[in-house]
Design a binder for this molecule. Structure first.
Ligand SMILES: [Zn+2]
Ligand SMILES: [Zn+2]
Length: 353
């Protein structure tokens, strides 16, 4: 039995619709418009969105850059945070008025080998917010109650939004990298993800190197705990990092295959390279001989689980991470995409709804 609270009826927002940023074509800008409110089905909740971050994945989704494409029209956004305003049939996992985050993993089967072994992020039945199901770029969003994560008191929604993808993704990357105290860890790309990766690697105890092409971003990296920085537009990061002894782990967050190759080259023997960024150009050239002789491990890492997102929120609540973000209205979605693409944004843009 659905428990329904009355829909809000502000001017310009008739009952039965809500405002959202919609992709109608991979070759056209998004349009902010009124879209129909879908009815909730079993297990779903309706969330009044307060904030949603803009991730590079949203841009790739809007442009149809990847082999598996979303089907327009659709609403991007997988860093949506807001309060639950309606419960669909059978929902017992969350309550009305609770504040939740709606991450990339919008739905998984819950019973396959991956789901039951703590690898729900690899579930083949998964649905993704802002990609195969409509996401958080709107005043409201529909999510599956089992796959949202409660946002604890003391974590602002504007901070919770970037933590919901950028945070959990880099937290997981540092985890799979196996970073420990005394390790030298290099983060390639200091953006929405990188600025958090630096902090998680430092929390794990590593000495952190940050690599980017922009001096202001490297300054930010130092503020957030990077001990060394390399501007790859002026200096070869491979040489610079090898001079320090080589990295135990490299985390590739820059959307350029060249950065992946440099990340590989910066490793010491036995090092690990974690692939996280997803450049539109899907090829990277790495040597087999050196990989074998040097005992290099290459790992792909995609987002993180609900448990890991809880841990990310907990670290933030405890004051151990800082989220660098810039708040904008949803109407600026297209300018914001252009700014992220040209690297004009310090870290993360968050739309306030
Ligand atoms: Zn993302
Ligand atoms: Zn599954």
């Amino acid at each position: 039995m659905a428990i329904t609270v009355p829909s809000h009826t502000e001017a310009g927002s008739p009952v039965g619709t809500y405002r959202a940023a919609v992709v109608h074509s991979f070759h056209e800008p998004l349009t902010v418009e009124q879209v129909p409110r879908p009815e909730l089905t079993a297990g779903q909740i309706r969330v009044k969105v307060q904030a949603c971050g803009l991730c590079h994945t949203d841009i790739h989704a809007a442009h149809g850059d990847w082999p598996i494409k979303p089907s327009p029209p659709f609403i991007p956004g997988h860093e949506g945070v807001g309060t639950v305003i309606e419960l669909g049939p059978g929902v017992t996992e969350v309550q009305l008025g609770e504040r939740v985050a709606m991450p990339w993993l919008g739905y998984a089967c819950g019973t396959c080998d991956y789901c039951v072994s703590g690898w729900e992020t690899l579930c083949l039945q998964q649905e993704n917010m802002g990609y195969s199901i409509d996401g958080g770029f709107g005043d409201e969003a529909v999510a599956y109650a089992r796959y949202v994560v409660r946002v604890p008191e003391g974590v602002h929604s504007i901070d919770a939004a970037p933590l919901t993808c950028a945070g959990v993704t880099t937290y997981k990357a540092v985890k799979v990298a196996g970073t420990r105290s005394s390790d030298l860890t290099v983060v390639f790309g200091v953006g929405g993800l990188g600025h958090l990766a630096i902090q998680y690697a430092a929390i794990a105890g590593a000495r952190v190197i940050a690599v980017d092409l922009i001096d202001e971003k490297l300054e930010l990296a130092r503020e957030l705990g990077a001990e060394f920085t390399v501007n790859a537009s002026r200096e070869d990061p491979v040489q610079a990092i090898q001079k320090l002894g080589g990295a135990d782990q490299a985390i590739a967050l820059a959307v350029s295959p060249k950065a992946f190759e440099q990340a590989y080259g910066s490793l010491r023997r036995g090092g690990k390279l974690v692939f996280v960024a997803l450049p539109a150009d899907n090829e990277v050239k790495l040597p087999i001989f050196e990989t074998v002789l040097n005992g290099i491990t290459i790992i792909g890492s995609i987002v993180g689980t609900r448990t890991e997102l809880r841990e990310v929120f907990e670290l933030h609540r405890a004051g151990r991470t800082r989220v660098i973000r810039e708040v904008r209205p949803l109407e600026q979605v297209n300018e914001s995409i252009a700014d992220v693409e040209s690297g004009r944004v310090a870290a993360r843009i968050v739309f306030e709804l």
